[in-house]
Write a protein that binds this ligand. Sequence first.
Ligand SMILES: Cc1cc2nc3c(=O)[nH]c(=O)nc-3n(C[C@H](O)[C@H](O)[C@H](O)COP(=O)(O)OP(=O)(O)OC[C@H]3O[C@@H](n4cnc5c(N)ncnc54)[C@H](O)[C@@H]3O)c2cc1C
Length: 458
Amino acid sequence: MHRSMNGFNELSIAGRVATPGDSGWDAARAAWNLAADQNPVAVAFVESADDVAKVVSFAGRTDLKVAGQGTGHGAVALGPLDDTILLKTERMREVEVDAGSRTATIAAGVLVEELGAAAQAHGMCSMPGSSPNVGIVGYTLGGGLSWLGRRYGFACNRVTAIDVVTADGEQRRIDPDNEPDLFWALRGGGGGYAIVTGLHVNLLPISELYAGALVFPAELGADALRAWRDWAASVSEDVTSIGRFLRPPPIPDVPEPLRGRPLLTFGAACVGSQEEGEATIAPLRELGEPILDTFGQIPAEGLSRIHMDPEPPVPGMGHHRLLSELPDDAIDAFVGVAGPDAGSPLLLAELRQLGGALARRDENGGALPSLDADFALLGVGMPMTPELGQAIEASLDDLHDTMQPWAADGGYFNFAERPCDVDALLPPETCARLREVKGRWDPEGMIVANHALSATAA
Ligand SMILES: Cc1cc2nc3c(=O)[nH]c(=O)nc-3n(C[C@H](O)[C@H](O)[C@H](O)COP(=O)(O)OP(=O)(O)OC[C@H]3O[C@@H](n4cnc5c(N)ncnc54)[C@H](O)[C@@H]3O)c2cc1C
């Protein structure tokens, strides 16, 4: 059967199907990241695994492709959606916690903060990153770099089973014993192998911990960053931290003391008691007079807000690279390109501390069993005008190139905001295995993800 202009009438789901020309089409095709201009042939707002299976089967019959999307935080890298149905999971929001087995079952559209709240209600926590309203599924399929990462590894390796619809339209539950190759691929290799309808994850027996951020004037510069780097190398794996230059825009939404001035922030999460946390953070408090100090013993569900990431949809452009080391000259170079005197148009340039369990190979892990780098460098700008967008792109290139001498191989899937092949991110042997999985489960290339394997081995 071939698709006609009104062929979507034949796609009958409990949710809604929007097509170009419908009223509200622009809202339907929008992503959380407003810099993404998505033009699919239709948007399917699915409500259940059955709906997903119907959409995938319909796409198969009509020579269309399907792209899964939770929130659109990772939408800029998705590329054109010609001949593609955008399958939005935002209506699938059920979360179930089983306190006895310390596990949660979540539907495909659940957000980080929603799983966090459900786990908190049972005195437990999940593996949140820095944004409360990123989708758990997209975050986890790309790895899931959490505030608890140095202690517990990547979020993807705490997944016990995944409910999927494969390109043949079948619903399956996959786990270490059932289709282990597909289960392996989806844990860190991204979403290009099947549409996920649900995740089953292990929770952690943590209900509160010491966490927050110190905000200093950016002028503290290289000396403070060196002190943070040395401190980060000395703390235990219970501590995961981020150092960054931040330039909040001069808008009323930003609290007065932070508005429109260059800042240097150090955020951290410390698993343990308040007393232990205070002792751990004490050296950072001595770096200067903070403009803001939000550290304290907090409920674990609050972790995803300590970084103060933007929550409402915004336009964002980012670029990243992994660093194998951060010697003094790397810090000088970072300050030169992103510090207070750089005149950078970026909202932030940050260094996320890796190592610990993130660097140790998880033998039962998926396509991202570990990451061999000391820091992840990430730059982000908000292109409010086309001119600013050009300046941001140039500045992101500059940041990336300046730090090249200290670069580690590959990249981190979730921070690859620019379009690139999976082959640019994961090791060749991982990509070879992912290519086999793709060939077996989606030989026609029907499932579209924000990063795809290159057609041939790199
Ligand atoms: C402000 C901000 C903060 C962030 N902080 C962190 C952080 O601390 N740690 C971290 O690791 N990452 C972080 N990220 C990156 C984020 O995890 C990725 O952008 C992730 O892809 C977002 O998932 P999503 O579902 O919200 O986005 P989407 O754009 O909806 O999804 C991204 C991709 O995931 C896949 N996908 C989503 N749903 C499905 C599905 N049901 N089936 C199959 N594939 C699917 C698709 O390939 C899709 O293109 C951050 C991003 C932003 C913008």
